[in-house]
Write a protein that binds this ligand. Sequence first.
Ligand SMILES: *Cc1c(COP(=O)(O)O)cnc(C)c1O
Length: 433
Amino acid sequence: MNDASHLNPLDQQYVWHPFTQQQGWSEETPLMIERGEGVYLYDVDGKRYIDGTAALWCNVHGHRHPDLDRAARDQLDRIAHSTMLGLSHPGATELAARLIEIAPAGLQRVFYSDSGSTAAEIALKMAFQYHQQRGDTARTRFVRLREAYHGDTIGSVSVGGIDLFHATYRPLLFETLAAEPGDADHMEQLLSAHEGEVAAVIMEPLVQGAGGMIVHPEGYLRAVRELCNRHGVLLICDEVATGFGRTGTMFAVEREGVSPDFLCLAKGITGGYLPLAATLTTETVYEGFLGAPAEAKTFFHGHTYTGNPVACAVALANLDIFEKERTIERLQPKIDLLDRRLAEIAAMPGVTEVRSRGVMVGIDLGEHDPELRVGHRVTREARERGAFVRPLGDVVVLMFPLSITEPELNELLDITAASIEAVVAALPERAAS
Ligand SMILES: *Cc1c(COP(=O)(O)O)cnc(C)c1O
C-alpha cells in the first residue's frame, strides 16, 4: 500500500474527465485504480473492486492476462511505433489476415485506426466516397437509428441519436434520416421515400449499447440487410461494443447470418489493452477506390497511431486466447447463469425492465427526476460493496470481462442487486413503481 492522498487534489485541480459533470466529481473522492488482476481492480489503498464495466466495455480476458502482457512486452523489444503511411509491419499484416478469417464472408479489406469513433467515421467517409466515385452522386445521405451511438467526433455524432449527448451539437452536424430501432417497416419507408439518395445505413447490430442496451427483435438486422440490398444502399454495422464475443458469438451479425458492407471494430479488439480500431469492408468497395493517382480516388484518411504495432501484437494475442481458452464456448454457461439471475433482478421492486443479449446487460430503473441521480447512487452503493459499475442515466449497465468465473459473476450480481435494493428503498416516492 502507498500513500496516495496527494493524488486526489491533483486530479481535482487538473484533470477533466470524459462524460463527467466535473461539478459533481469534485465533490466526491475519485476512485484511483492502481492495478488489476483478472476481473478485479485495486485502488491505491489496496481495496478490491470487481470490474462490472470491463474497463468501459473493452476488457475481454481480464486484466493482466499473461499472454497479452507478454505480447506487448515482446513488441516493445522490437519497436513501439512506426507508421502505416508508406510502411507496413508484420503485426498489422498478420492481424488483417486473421480478422478477415473470422469476419463474415465478403469482408476482405482492413483499414486501421485507433478508436471506435474513427472506425465509424471511416466507414461513413468510405461509403460516401464510394458512391461519389461510381458516379452515384445523389447518394449523400445516411440513415441512422434513434438512440444510436457511434462515438464522439463530429461525424460519428452526426449519426448519433442520443439527445443528451448529441443535441447541443446539432448546428455543427450533417443531417441524417432517423429510423425507429427494430422497425423494419419504418426503415423501408425511409429508403423508399429517399430512393437513390442514401449512401448507407449505419447501425449497432442486435443491441444499441450506449442508448441504454436497446435490444432489437430477432430478424430486424436480416431485414435491414435485405432492404439495403434492394435499395442499393451500403450497410455499416458498428460492432465496437457488440464485437469480440459480447452477444455470445464472435460478432453479433453472425446471429442473423448477415454480412455487412462495413464492419467497425474497436473496444475488445485488443482485449481491452490498447487503443486500436479496424474498419473492414468488401472487395467491391475497395475496388471503387482504385485508379491512377491523378484520378484522386485515394482514401485520404489516416491517423498518426493507425495500426500501432504494440496494439496489433496484443490484438493477435487476444485472438489466440479466444482459441486457446475457447472463450466463446465457455461463455454460454455464464450467459445461462446470468439470465437466471437477471430474471430475479427483473422482479425486484424499482426495476422496470431488464434488457440483455449475451453478456450485455441493462437494468432499467425507470423514469426518475434526474436530480435524484438514481443510477449514480447505485454506482456509489456498489462501490461501497466492492464493485465498479457505471450507469447510463437510470439504467444500470453490466459489461464485465468475458473471462469472469461463475462465482465472480454471482458476486457481481449480488452486489448489483443489493445496491439497487438499497437505493430503491431510500427513494422519496416509491408509489410510481
Ligand atoms: C464505444 C462505442 C463507440 C466509440 O468508441 P470510442 O473508442 O470510444 O471512440 C462507437 N460505437 C459504439 C457502438 C460504441 O459502443
